[in-house]
Design a protein. Structure first.
Length: 389
């Protein structure tokens, strides 16, 4: 007897997780004393959570308090602290009542998608894109609409691109800075897209998980500054270095507050209590976090200088986040096989572009540079030796 398998089981894999497993296996197989694997495949800071966050978690654990369920939208003092963050960093007054603490950004997206869209709705996004956007939408019965973007638009969607869509999508997902390209929308571009979405009835979902990590002169602006109907997604995983703590948040428009709250009550009950305590403390660890950011900036600078000399000279404008999106079509037309050979031959793990772009990804690689600074500095020389440069 065969049993039905639900449509959600058809979601494609998140390939970077397979790369992580391959890199772990390769590292375990190395003989003692051999050079280690340089981990450039995953967007996970190589340092621990801020010391203040760890101390707060330890104090909470040692207090004897039960640390049970919180309200579905999280601890009130954390929500208030996030609201203060918007005032201090963006000049925005966001009521804490419109902030929902979630189980990471990964837990925020299904809540936002289920509250904002119906089965069969069409949600646009730039390609390349963060794979779970499309994979979660597909699992929920919604249809991703992929907009092929290139260096001419800095791998970001443009207003002209959106205006050509017929029929209009029901939603649009943007990310600035984005994963994998690390590019940003200029504030005026973000404002124009947000205004267009609001005027056309297209629900804007703005992924702001890499805010705090920008380089150069491009100023960050939150989509909440330009649209009262936008949904903002953020997380403590990247700037705050707390990936495994699984704490994120949503800033919701008023019409989605109660729908998201009901979904969160049923799907997650609440985010982990102790992680919420730690996240609240992390927001005050500015000096330590800025030091970590400075290390990423140094790694970025070294790689932007060294990778072209090693043969990787077609790199997207790296405005923010901690990724370099490299066109490797002059080296391969199969980035999956190329990444596997690079892991074996150079001891460097990177993510094939097919994870992020279904039609053009075979000629791209993504390097993450948020790992150990000394390891990042070593990468160009290893690649140069491997390619015989």
């Amino acid at each position: 007897m065969s049993l039905k398998v639900g449509r959600g089981a058809e979601a494609p894999p998140f390939l970077v997780m397979d790369v992580i497993a391959a890199a772990n296996a390769r590292a375990a197989s190395l003989p003692a004393g051999a050079p280690g694997i340089l981990r450039m495949e995953v967007g996970q800071p190589g340092t621990a959570a801020p010391a203040g966050a760890v101390a707060a978690a330890m104090a909470a654990l040692q207090s004897g308090a039960p640390l049970g369920y919180t309200e579905a939208f999280g601890l009130p003092d954390l929500r208030e602290r996030i609201a203060r963050h918007y005032l201090e960093h963006y000049g925005l007054r966001v009521p804490a009542a419109r902030i929902a603490v979630t189980v990471g950004a990964s837990g925020a997206f299904p809540l936002a998608f289920l509250a904002a869209f119906d089965r069969g709705d069409r949600v646009a996004m730039a390609a390349p894109f963060y794979p779970p956007y499309a994979n979660i939408l597909t699992a929920l019965g919604m249809d991703p609409v992929l907009l092929e973007c290139g260096p001419e638009t800095r791998f970001q969607p443009s207003l002209a691109m959106l205006e050509k869509l017929d029929p209009l999508p029901d939603g649009l997902v943007i990310a600035s800075p984005c994963n994998p390209a690390g590019t940003m929308l200029a504030p005026e571009e973000l404002a124009a897209i947000a205004a267009w979405c609001h005027a056309k009835g297209v629900r804007l979902i703005s992924d702001e998980i890499y805010h705090g990590l920008s380089w150069g002169s491009v100023a960050e602006s939150s989509a909440a500054a330009f649209s009262e109907s936008a949904v903002i997604v953020n997380s403590f995983s990247k700037y705050w270095c707390m990936t495994g703590w699984r704490i994120g948040w949503l800033v919701l428009p008023q019409d989605l507050v109660r729908p998201v709250e009901c979904l969160a009550q049923n799907m997650f009950i609440s985010a982990p209590h102790v992680a919420q305590v730690a996240a609240r403390a992390a927001m005050d660890c500015v000096e330590e976090l800025e030091a970590k950011k400075a290390a990423y900036a140094r790694s970025r600078s070294r790689l932007l200088e060294g990778l072209p000399q090693a043969g990787f000279d077609r790199i997207a404008a790296a405005d923010g986040a901690f990724y370099l999106w490299c066109d490797v079509s002059h080296l391969t037309n199969d980035s999956v096989a190329f990444a596997a050979r690079m892991l074996e031959g150079a001891g460097i793990a990177a993510t094939p572009g097919v994870d992020f772009d279904r039609t053009r990804g075979a000629r791209f690689l993504r390097f993450s540079y948020c790992g150990d600074e000394a390891a990042m500095a070593e990468a160009p020389a290893r690649l140069s030796a491997w390619l015989g440069r």
